[in-house]
Design a binder for this molecule. Structure first.
Ligand SMILES: C[S@@+](CC[C@H](N)C(=O)[O-])C[C@H]1O[C@@H](n2cnc3c(N)ncnc32)[C@H](O)[C@@H]1O
Length: 297
């Protein structure tokens, strides 16, 4: 008899043999095996340990085989195989219309931007710019129960997924999907918090990414030749749209060093992230205005 335990072990071995790359929401092949086995059986991710010795339902074998084929032979990331992703404890619909949710900023947002945002204040308007499927903004809507949240992206496909995620979370009363080039559609001084996760992979780095990244939209990953163009534009536009006490969180991953080289006079504060990850700067509206006025952006 096949149990969940034996099935997990077989799937883990298959993933290892296929040398899949984990980096799209799951940290190891063991985590991926759990997600695939539970997904095939139609079970939620949180299960008691006693499930391990239960029989694996024979009728789900073909479903598991199809998932493994997608994962191992076509190198489709698990989130796209299962059409769902989890971020900061929330579930999102995930498919190739948008990047797979995995931003390390989500944990800071879920903690109400502590210690960067005053504990006793609620931001009135938050924008998740370059929102993809909208996960970061929806985590913000969960953390700040009174805020209006704008999910903004240039890509219609990503926005259609973001709209489905707004509906999934029942947030259409105060979360709005908006098509725009970065922050260009927003009024001056109208935004309290900007969450910005633009594409930042340089052209040279694009060529070296593992095949799993081919499943994601290119517009979500590839920036200009060195990867900093959209980040620099966001800093300049942020100086305009943020309210006087506003805050920007800018995520540029490993491109943070290139950004420092490009803007050598800007004293970025790269924060420590509770669950790992790098390249996230926290910047106040005042700093952005000072840098803009000093001509160092
Ligand atoms: C790194 S992905 C962000 C994913 C999302 N923040 C998340 O955590 O899942 C970058 C996003 O920026 C969008 N984008 C690219 N150029 C843009 C532009 N000029 N203005 C607005 N959005 C843009 C892409 O369509 C993509 O959805």
């Amino acid at each position: 008899m096949q149990t969940f335990r034996t099935k997990l072990s077989q799937v883990e071995t298959a993933l290892k043999e296929a040398a899949v790359y984990c980096g799209h929401g799951y940290e190891s092949v063991s985590d991926e095996a759990v997600a695939l086995v539970l997904g095939a059986a139609g079970l939620l991710p949180e299960q008691p340990l006693s499930l391990l010795d239960q029989p694996f339902p024979g009728e789900t074998e073909s479903q598991l085989a199809a998932l493994l084929d997608q994962r191992c032979h076509h190198r489709v990331p698990v989130a796209y195989c299962l059409k769902e992703a989890y971020l900061a404890g929330l579930r999102f619909i995930a498919d190739p219309r948008a990047l797979i949710p995995r931003s390390p900023v989500s944990h800071v947002v879920a903690e109400r931007l502590t210690p960067w945002w005053p504990e006793d204040q609620e931001p009135a308007v938050i924008v998740d710019v370059c929102c993809g499927g909208g996960s970061l903004g929806l985590v913000a809507a969960e953390a700040f129960s009174k805020a209006t949240v704008l999910l903004s992206d240039l890509d219609e496909q990503a926005l259609s997924l973001a709209s489905e995620n707004i509906a999934l979370h029942g947030r259409s009363d105060r979360v709005i999907a908006l098509r725009a080039d970065l922050l260009s559609a927003l009024r001056s001084g109208s935004i309290d918090v900007v969450l910005a996760n633009p594409p930042y992979v340089s052209r040279a780095q694009m060529a070296e990414l593992p095949p799993e990244y081919n499943a994601e939209p290119r517009i979500a990953l590839e920036a200009d030749a060195e990867g900093t163009e959209l980040a620099v534009r966001l800093l300049r536009e942020g100086a305009r749209v943020l309210a006087p006490n506003g805050l920007m969180l800018l995520e540029v991953g490993e491109t943070w060093m290139t950004l420092e080289d490009r803007l050598p006079k800007v004293p970025f504060l790269w924060i420590e992230l509770p669950q790992g990850g790098s390249g996230v700067a926290v910047i106040s509206a005042q700093e952005l205005r000072d840098w803009d006025a000093a001509g160092i952006l």
